[in-house]
Design a protein around this ligand. Structure first.
Ligand code: SF4
Length: 75
């Protein structure tokens, strides 16, 4: 299910220089890069999200169970 709060958080962090979320996104995107649901447009065909933004949201989860939510302030 699409969560507007997660989407806004992800896009907000994508536009910021937040290092913790950048590192988190990089690790998640390594898993997305090998996933058959990743499209050439860098979206996830399983949930429809734009991967660079989705992976920046700590509350977001992979719809296929490949990575989960974390609490950035605890990293
Ligand atoms: S979010 Fe999950 S299902 Fe979607 S492309 Fe990334 S690893 Fe694959």
């Amino acid at each position: 299910m699409i969560d507007i709060k997660q989407i806004l958080q992800g896009y907000g962090r994508l536009l910021s220089s937040d290092m913790k979320s950048a590192i988190l996104a990089e690790e998640r995107q390594k898993l997305c890069a090998e996933c058959p649901f990743k499209t050439l447009a860098n979206t996830c065909s399983k949930c429809g999200c734009y991967i660079p933004a989705k992976t920046r949201s700590d509350a977001a989860e992979c719809p296929d169970g490949k990575w989960g939510a974390v609490k950035l302030n605890e990293l």
